[in-house]
Design a protein around this ligand. Sequence first.
Ligand code: PLP
Length: 562
Amino acid sequence: MEWRSTALAFYGLGAAALATSLVSLRRRLQLSKAKNRTLTGHARIARRIASLVPFYQYGEHEFFCCDGAPEEIVACRRLGFTRLAALYATRFAKTIRCTAEASDGISDLQFTDAYRVPFQYRSLVRQHLKSPGFVQSSAGVMVSDLDGNQFYDLTGSYGVNLLGYDFYKQAIARAVERVGDLGPVLGPYHPVIADNVKRLKAISGLDEVSFHMSGTEAVMQAVRLARYHTRRSHLVRFCGAYHGWWGDVQPGIGNPLPAHETYTLKDMSEDSLRVLRTRRDIACVLVNPLQALHPNASAPTDSSLLDGARSAHFDREGYAEWLKRLREVCSERNIVLIFDEVFVGFRLAMGGAQEYFGVRADLVTYGKTLGGGLPVGVVCGRKDLMKRFRDDRPADICFARGTFNSHPYVMAAMNEFLQYLETPHARELYRDLDRVWNARAQRLNARLCDEALPVEVVNMSSIWTICYLRPSRYNWMFQYYLRAEGLALSWIGTGRLIFSLNYGEADFQAVSDRFIAAARAMQQDRWWWHDPAATNTSIKRRVLKEMIAHRLLPKRDRAQRA
Ligand SMILES: Cc1ncc(COP(=O)(O)O)c(C=O)c1O
């Protein structure tokens, strides 16, 4: 009898253990299914593979014919490259000299300069097409370099420049005047902060505000608050989304440590909703609405433009629908929904992505343009989520400080920005935003199509990306032709063009003309020649083979010598 009950208990325990392992296996499988199949969706594997990629570069001849181009095409490319190099060397001489002298002591400059083109082409490009890293003035939609060359600014200063540089210059000047009596006193606030809080509450539709020094810090704080209040560990981010450079939101390449408490899930996918519905360790979901332009893909940089596979497509309704579903699941499961609007806030609509897509978040982060030209990060949130201590547990706090977090000058420049949003001029500007920018993109695309130039632009309002219609190995060269035509891009190149809203029709027409001229020149120099048999897949395969060969080569050499 006793033996039988012991055996039964044993079987019972075994069955319970089996059931538990089956449940956790099922969850594990659900999680795997919710990962994007690309390397971007698998942060750990991506980091591991990245550490194995060997450096190698094309020699002078291969540089021009790595796609198997015949000699007459190679000759055209060489000629084009030499002409462009001569133009850069003369037209940007002083700026390039200054950049070269400073570069040695500026690590950021060394990094950005190394990652403008795929590494196989890096040396020759850096030797002959030096990228000027300095500017000296801005006016209207233009910036000027140290040689006095004027460029249409398409960098948008990483998105900060929404209203045109002149606006921010004035905002900063007025801010200095308004808080000059107080100066840089930190700790107690300048009264201007109260007005900022009132306006931000109205814009975000949320109850409280906290100020930080950068977008990255605002995101850190939003996630920390979500973890604190839910007492859960994990954050969910979507594949490819950028949320600043803090480790937990950057689990893949670029972060020396793995992020253990981050799930990177597929964007716009039922599989991800299933994970949110079933796991109990998820504190928050972070959404960067910019991903609507290229769901599941990372920011499109030219340094990874090995072929023509970059794609983008913005479906406003589809993304709005996705956000609604996400909102429902987060509400059901008490998961904090965070919109990271550091980039798109104020760019898509006055009320940001919440207004634009018609979905409310629990916490929203802002930054960039909100600082009126000065550095800032802001979290707006529901009262219960913003609280940093518990009334019944005095030692259980959610700590967040930051020496400069409410700097009077920043607060006053922010106030200038927020006040501007109330003006009739601003209302007029926002009224037809999408119509204006969609029409401009369509017009440019029509011209490109008419001239059979293998490029197109895809836009999400005033944020644009350039896509390539041919599986060429040289699409990254386009950035150098654009610069030669007086169009300034940021270091990530043709993947991200950011217009300020003060671009008038005449400015835009000039940008279009230059864009077309650059594409024509690139076409004439035959960089877009391609072997009809080549596809994006075949190019990728070939590059992979090269990498494997270069990884194995030294070993083979060693073996031969031994
Ligand atoms: C969506 C988003 N979140 C956070 C950040 C980080 O902001 P910051 O560079 O001010 O730290 C960025 C910066 O580009 C961003 O685009």
